[in-house]
Design a protein around this ligand. Structure first.
Ligand SMILES: [Zn+2]
Length: 270
């Protein structure tokens, strides 16, 4: 091998080493990124608890008005409106009663709730509560964690909050804080989606829940008023009299208590 050939061989070996080296570095970076993504994916998954999924479609707004002031609160505890424009009063206190499987309801609605479940059972309809009272602190914690996860991904705090609000309800604006809202599913289909309306449980509830003081809170086609998509699983206790009147009139709680539609002026997807 002459000098020239030796030089060529050295050059070739050098180039090969560089290429292999670069490949190894790139491979490691790629693996790390994948791992990171997987970890982030897990973290996000853990935060999305089933009982907060329903608020996925709630659009975030910074302008939460404080219409639930003392003068504005209805005298009747059962008619308190909690929605995006009516956050729950900060000092709201409620006595809760256990309804099984870790679920709780406002003690004043307990008897009617039990009567409803029993009546359904007598007719061979088995319904289950999947979400009930939700603590304000718990909701705040969930919301903050979610916001933080978006900040970690590089969002500004502002847009991180907006992103978080797509998945977790803004604390204080979920009706579940009252202890008067229940997500109810039928024994044969337990998912919280529109197909719930085809179940035995929903059909029975639609016909009879008002007899026990409950209304279907977010009916189909009323998103402009309620600010929430059609939820054929979310029922709200309003008391016997109001439930009868609201059902007979075919109106929403917002209309019954004379509140402004939540989405006034905005077009929302349904
Ligand atoms: Zn609900």
């Amino acid at each position: 091998m002459n000098r020239r050939q030796k030089k060529r061989l050295l050059l070739l070996t050098g180039t090969l080493t560089m290429v292999i080296g670069a490949g190894m570095v790139l491979g490691t970076v790629y693996a790390q990124t994948m791992e990171q993504e997987q970890q982030e994916g897990t973290a996000v998954q853990e935060l999305v608890l089933p009982d907060v999924l329903e608020e996925e479609t709630l659009e975030y707004t910074e302008e939460i008005s404080d219409e639930n002031t003392e003068e504005n609160l209805p005298e009747d505890w059962n008619l308190i409106l909690v929605n995006r424009t009516h956050p729950i009063p900060e000092d709201y206190e409620v006595e809760l009663k256990n309804i099984g499987s870790g679920h709780k309801i406002d003690a004043r609605a307990y008897d009617d709730f039990c009567s409803m479940i029993q009546a359904a059972k007598k007719e061979g309809v088995y319904i289950y509560v999947t979400s009930s009272y939700r603590d304000l602190d718990k909701q705040t914690e969930l919301f903050e964690k979610k916001t933080e996860s978006y900040v970690m991904q590089g969002y500004s705090y502002e847009s991180a909050r907006k992103q978080a609000a797509q998945v977790v309800a803004v604390p204080g604006t979920s009706e579940h804080h009252l202890g008067l809202a229940l997500d109810i599913v039928s024994s044969e289909y337990r998912k919280l989606d529109e197909k719930q309306e085809n179940t035995k449980g929903f059909k029975w509830l639609k016909e009879h829940s008002w007899e026990y003081g409950f209304i279907l809170r977010y009916p189909n086609g009323e998103t402009d008023i309620t600010g929430i998509i059609y939820e054929p699983w979310h029922f709200r206790y309003v008391g016997l009299e109001a439930a009868k009147e609201i059902t007979e009139a075919g109106i929403t709680l917002e209309e019954y208590v004379g509140a402004k539609p939540v989405s006034e002026g905005e077009k929302q997807a349904e």
